[in-house]
Design a protein around this ligand. Structure first.
Ligand SMILES: *[C@@H]1O[C@H](CO)[C@@H](O)[C@H](O)[C@H]1NC(C)=O
Ligand SMILES: *[C@@H]1O[C@H](CO)[C@@H](O)[C@H](O)[C@H]1NC(C)=O
Ligand SMILES: *[C@@H]1O[C@H](CO)[C@@H](O)[C@H](O)[C@H]1NC(C)=O
Ligand SMILES: *[C@@H]1O[C@H](CO)[C@@H](O)[C@H](O)[C@H]1NC(C)=O
Ligand SMILES: *[C@@H]1O[C@H](CO)[C@@H](O)[C@H](O)[C@H]1NC(C)=O
Ligand SMILES: *[C@@H]1O[C@H](CO)[C@@H](O)[C@H](O)[C@H]1NC(C)=O
Ligand SMILES: *[C@@H]1O[C@H](CO)[C@@H](O)[C@H](O)[C@H]1NC(C)=O
Ligand SMILES: *[C@@H]1O[C@H](CO)[C@@H](O)[C@H](O)[C@H]1NC(C)=O
Ligand SMILES: *[C@@H]1O[C@H](CO)[C@@H](O)[C@H](O)[C@H]1NC(C)=O
Length: 515
């Protein structure tokens, strides 16, 4: 009896093991869930367990769930990484010590032998004096937190969101600690949350300082045209940082929340979704350990062509029409637009396929900043964008593919802009220039359809000054080339979106709390 039992046990263990990726493998398997949350936490836990099982059946090594789609407004869990988790790291086998949420996810990770990343509201109760970590005030803090479980169900990392987006009941991380963890398949991941992707810390620092090639992203993204729709920015970040990017998005289309995917550096999306109807969906793909080194077939982008049922709310940058711009006309045109220290040279050929041109297109340049919830962010951009009329105010709008009769036969943008610098303290770049595009189906172009290169930098010898006359720093210039490789008929936006982190400013401390 005993022999048979052990025989079965060994057999089943070997079987499970053979499905796990190893450090020697050239790839691993990742899963993300685009997820409609319930207000009832019990429902969410049940659904999470279901998708953990499904992902394990498809041999996923790791599964990632979206931001704030596990807990609800009245619940939060404690993640005592400096407390009991040090001695008892597996909530599943010490259920009396931990919140039921942690215990349930730990048990599911353990029984399915899969890494699990979840996000939820985390409680740190500083009135209890047992947190083992700094508590500036004797009160309860709620953080927006990623929790990572390994295959045994142990909590191996906790990351608190640094850059909050209109989350007035949450406190940003008390110190800007990066999230990262190692796996038994030889991949080190960093991870961060939603609005964090817009900032040097952690989005650029976590990759460059930690030297990781794989990034996990939990989000509840509010898409905004022309630069910041969900899959567009995820794919552009993966491309320019040259990382694998595992992004899971919460889905609530009436609020504008949608978009998930798994991307591999310069190869683009291995799988992605930007649904226009309410959607919960598991996406699974093999991921090459060397970003961009794809081989064989991948699921690819899940096309979501415009239909009458597409009700995803997409916001538009309300300041777009304040920038220097020029309308495009049918035929060939070549011109340069300048805003302060940034110049964009455009070379474009448009063709009406029949009759009057629709949509209208416009070229735009920006050297300045945008403001999102009190955070002023430095931006340098060159853009071609679709508009429904000749009025600039109608720009950055989706249009119906069947109504389009304009083919962009040729489109070349050359941007002359600030050359990147490096922050030795943070150990990362001070700028990030992203090649962005979005089509009427809300997905970006495949990288095979464009070329994005940084041309040789131009070094000034002190004749040019930065806008800040006080420092009078020499500015070095650089040039980027961004062009279409093939004619396109369904572009909504195509351009270079540069983030100049040195120009960022947080107005939160200067304005009234009610803002
Ligand atoms: C949150 O979920 C818990 C557990 O399912 C439930 O008891 C509570 O009513 C929910 N709160 C809200 C605001 O829906
Ligand atoms: C918290 O614990 C520390 C050390 O254990 C102790 O010195 C301090 O008095 C405690 N504070 C409260 C409010 O209980
Ligand atoms: C970063 O990682 C790569 C391989 O992923 C390795 O070749 C390189 O030496 C690492 N650099 C540092 C500074 O750790
Ligand atoms: C979407 O958000 C709205 C507004 O908060 C809420 O009323 C609605 O229940 C949400 N829908 C889903 C499916 O969560
Ligand atoms: C192309 O569209 C423009 C603007 O709508 C129009 O003036 C022009 O006549 C059209 N050309 C052709 C060949 O139809
Ligand atoms: C590097 O970044 C830190 C943190 O943002 C900042 O305080 C410091 O001034 C930066 N250093 C330089 C040389 O820009
Ligand atoms: C690439 O461009 C071609 C048109 O030249 C188009 O048919 C194809 O759908 C594009 N692919 C992607 C993924 O952008
Ligand atoms: C510096 O600028 C001046 C004036 O523009 C130019 O004549 C000179 O050749 C430049 N020197 C170097 C080293 O680039
Ligand atoms: C922020 O407030 C300080 C002190 O009141 C002031 O000196 C500074 O100019 C303000 N900055 C901005 C950008 O409003």
């Amino acid at each position: 009896m005993k022999l048979i039992f052990y025989g079965l046990l060994i057999f089943s263990l070997t079987k499970a093991t053979s499905q796990k990726s190893t450090p020697e493998d050239s790839q691993y398997v990742a899963a993300v869930v685009e997820f409609i949350m319930s207000d009832d936490v019990e429902d969410n836990i049940r659904n999470y367990i279901h998708y953990i099982e499904e992902a394990a059946k498809q041999h996923a090594d790791i599964i990632v769930f979206p931001e704030l789609s596990l807990t609800n407004k009245t619940t939060a869990f404690v993640v005592p990484v400096y407390g009991s988790l040090k001695r008892y790291p597996i909530p599943a086998i010490h259920p009396d010590l931990y919140d039921n949420i942690l215990v349930s996810i730990s048990a599911a990770a353990r029984s399915n032998q899969i890494y699990v990343v979840v996000n939820g509201r985390e409680l740190m109760d500083c009135t209890k004096n047992d947190t083992g970590e700094p508590c500036p005030e004797l009160k309860e803090y709620i953080f927006n937190t990623n929790v990572v479980f390994d295959r045994n169900g142990a909590v191996i990392d906790r990351y608190r969101k640094i850059n909050l987006f209109r989350e007035y009941s949450h406190t940003p991380a008390l110190s800007p600690d990066l999230g990262y963890f190692d796996t038994d398949f030889g991949v080190k991941f960093s991870h961060f949350i939603c609005f964090d992707i817009m900032f040097q810390v952690p989005a650029v620092q976590s990759v460059q300082k930690l030297n990781v090639t794989d990034v996990i992203f939990s989000t509840m993204w509010f898409s905004e045209l022309p630069y910041l729709t969900a899959v567009q920015i995820q794919q552009a970040y993966a491309y320019e940082m040259n990382v694998n990017f595992i992004g899971a998005g919460a889905n609530n289309i009436s609020l504008g929340n949608a978009g998930s995917g798994i991307y591999s550096g310069r190869a683009g999306a291995l799988v992605s979704i930007m649904p226009g109807v309410p959607t919960t969906r598991l996406l699974v793909s093999r991921v090459p350990k060397i970003p961009g080194k794809v081989s064989g077939k991948y699921p690819g982008p899940i096309d979501d062509s415009l239909t009458n049922t597409d009700n995803l709310v997409i916001y538009t940058d309300p300041t777009l029409d304040t920038h220097v711009s020029r309308p495009l006309v049918p035929g060939f045109q070549e011109f340069t637009l300048v805003d302060k220290d940034v110049s964009c040279s455009f070379s474009i050929r448009l063709k009406n396929k029949s009759g009057d041109a629709y949509p209208h297109f416009r070229a735009v340049v920006q050297d300045g900043s945008n403001v999102y919830v009190n955070r002023e962010i430095g931006v340098a951009a060159c853009l071609v964008v679709a508009c429904t009329t000749e009025d600039f105010k109608s720009c950055a709008q989706r249009y119906k593919n069947e109504e389009s009769n304009v083919e962009i036969e040729n489109l070349v943008i050359e941007m002359t802009t600030f050359k990147n610098t490096y922050n030795e303290t943070l150990q990362c770049d001070n700028m990030l220039y992203l090649p962005i595009s979005v089509r009427v189906n809300k997905l970006p172009l495949d990288p095979t359809n464009y070329t994005f290169v940084e041309e040789s930098p131009i070094t000034s010898n002190g004749s040019e000054k930065t806008k800040n006359e006080a420092t009078a720093t020499i500015i070095d210039r650089t040039k980027f080339l961004f062009k279409l490789n093939k004619p396109q008929t369904d572009l909504v936006a195509f351009g270079i979106w540069g983030r100049l982190f040195l120009n960022d400013f947080d107005h939160s401390n200067n304005e009234s709390k009610s803002m």
